[in-house]
Design a protein around this ligand. Structure first.
Ligand SMILES: Cc1cc2nc3c(=O)[nH]c(=O)nc-3n(C[C@H](O)[C@H](O)[C@H](O)COP(=O)(O)OP(=O)(O)OC[C@H]3O[C@@H](n4cnc5c(N)ncnc54)[C@H](O)[C@@H]3O)c2cc1C
Length: 460
């Protein structure tokens, strides 16, 4: 039974593979993506003026990226692909879109949410200085615009992206002054049994680290940030940190890339009323899904990092699986064995992911809980850490949405997408409760910044 338009939000590996699967089955899905071209974060295509071959752009993933782009492009006549289209609100029957500065709507009968993930950050002294970027932001500058964030760069944080972006910068000829990881040095050894299960992906990680070492890039583990220093011009001048054991060090640089893994983009799932559950491993509330990627609301499916951060390969598998679930729910039952095979492949990737999230690159919870009082946490609304602690103490609140009502935290342009991981940890620590007890910031439309004129147009 067909029940209206099949819409896919996101044209990264998950959304592209879902669209390819549906198009090959004779459907014509609508693919909405705010980016100007398909590929998502990992297979991002540069603007036409920048000519670089797939190897230079995507490294080890060159062949995979080329194959996926080719398969998607070949089917373009069978896919209603709409780049440059932001989905800023979702109701049970309609999506609200922003395209070319204008607001419009799109009905949906079934929807696959594949909006990917974003950087997870912990604020530290100096993080709002000019010259400080997230790791993802630093990578986008290089991939999409062929520019670096600075001439002498320090990369700081934890996670696979830390080493990958440092490598990409060093290969582009930029002076990478240091790669500083908050994860303890022996963590990778402890994680080894799980990491080995990652096969090729693990080997790529090893390659990045050894490549950086061979080029003489300073790499340190178990570091604790002290501050990002400012020069006379008010921009980044260096990075001060503590080594394990407490000795302080300072590295001069003119830009910093930092981040602590990724967090799923879940606002659309929230607006569509999906059930959520707290995921202890990724320390985030995530939409609940069944074994085939169905959300708790009929007609809503989940795939890729937007459902759970598991990397590009799993995103693609989950995209295909969600598309097959759509077909199965429309009465095409011939895909059962393929769906089971996809499920088995996704499950095989779990031990590797667990080793990454829990042991090799854990989120630095203490760092987040102990953000110094005068450090800005919500930069959109100007809320620092001591305000969160003071309001928690004065009001006795243990609910992040009540904190939002008291302080305006999370009400600005980013709608809490940037500040929520740290703010929830700070509130939980202040209230003396586990982080899941403070809840999650509820998604609100518009989920991303948009012109007021388009908002006015939408409401008229
Ligand atoms: C900044 C960043 C850099 C990364 N770099 C790498 C890397 O170099 N190598 C690697 O292996 N992995 C990298 N990753 C992880 C990798 O991108 C993901 O594992 C993989 O891309 C997940 O695929 P996906 O399809 O789920 O999401 P994505 O590839 O993130 O695609 C999601 C798509 O949804 C679109 N979208 C999101 N919200 C909306 C909305 N509301 N309306 C319309 N469109 C929307 C986005 O524009 C995007 O194109 C990176 C992740 C991030 C966040």
């Amino acid at each position: 039974m067909t029940s209206g338009e099949i819409v896919i939000v996101g044209a990264g590996p998950a959304g592209m593979r879902a669209a390819i699967t549906l198009a090959r089955a004779g459907r014509r899905p609508i693919v909405l993506d705010e980016a100007p071209s398909s590929g998502g974060q990992v297979y991002r295509r540069p603007p036409p003026a920048i000519r670089r071959d797939a190897g230079a752009l995507y490294g080890f993933e060159g062949r995979r990226a080329t194959e996926l782009h080719r398969a998607f492009d070949v089917l373009k006549g069978d896919i209603d692909y709409r780049p440059g289209t932001l989905v800023w609100n979702a109701t049970d029957t309609r999506l609200h879109l922003l395209a070319e500065g204008r607001s419009r709507t799109q009905s949906w009968g079934r929807i696959i949410l594949a909006p990917g993930a974003m950087d997870r950050i912990v604020p530290l002294p100096g993080w709002t200085l000019p010259g400080v970027y997230t790791l993802g932001g630093a990578q986008v500058a290089l991939k999409a615009q062929a520019v670096g964030i600075g001439a002498r760069v320090v990369f700081f944080g934890t996670g696979p992206l830390l080493y990958l972006v440092a490598c990409q910068y060093a290969k582009a000829g930029i002076d990478v002054r240091a790669v500083l990881d908050t994860a303890p040095g022996l963590a990778s050894l402890e994680a080894l049994p799980g990491l080995i299960r990652g096969g090729r992906t693990f080997l790529k990680g090893l390659h990045y680290v050894s490549w950086l070492r061979m080029r003489g890039v300073r790499i340190a583990s178990g570091v604790r940030p002290v501050e990002i220093g400012a020069g006379a011009d008010g921009a980044v001048s260096g990075f001060r940190f503590e080594r394990p054991g407490g000795r302080e060090a300072f590295v001069e640089c003119d830009a910093i890339g930092f981040g602590f893994g990724l967090k799923s983009e879940t606002q659309l799932a929230d607006l569509l009323g999906l059930d959520f559950a707290f995921d202890h491993r990724q320390r985030q509330w995530l939409p609940v899904q069944d074994a085939d990627g169905r959300g708790s609301v009929p007609g809503v499916y989940l795939a890729g990092d937007g459902a759970r951060v598991r990397g590009a390969d799993v995103a693609e598998l989950a995209g295909e699986r969600a598309a097959l679930a759509v077909l199965a729910d429309e009465g095409e039952g011939a895909h059962r064995s393929r769906m089971a095979a996809l499920g088995a492949r996704i499950a095989r990737a779990e031990p590797f992911r667990r080793a990454l999230d829990e042991i090799a690159f854990p989120f630095p919870v203490e760092l987040a809980r102990e953000v110094p009082g005068d450090v800005m946490v919500c930069r959109c609304e100007g809320i620092d850490a001591k305000t969160i602690r003071n309001v928690a103490a004065a009001s006795g609140t243990v609910d992040i949405n009540r904190l939002k009502a008291f302080t305006r935290l999370g009400m600005g342009r980013c709608q809490g997408r940037v500040c929520a991981p740290a703010a929830t940890e700070i509130l939980a620590a202040a209230a003396g409760v586990p982080v899941e007890a403070v809840g999650r910031l509820r998604g609100q439309a518009p989920i991303k910044p948009m012109p007021l004129s388009a908002l006015a147009e939408a409401s008229s």
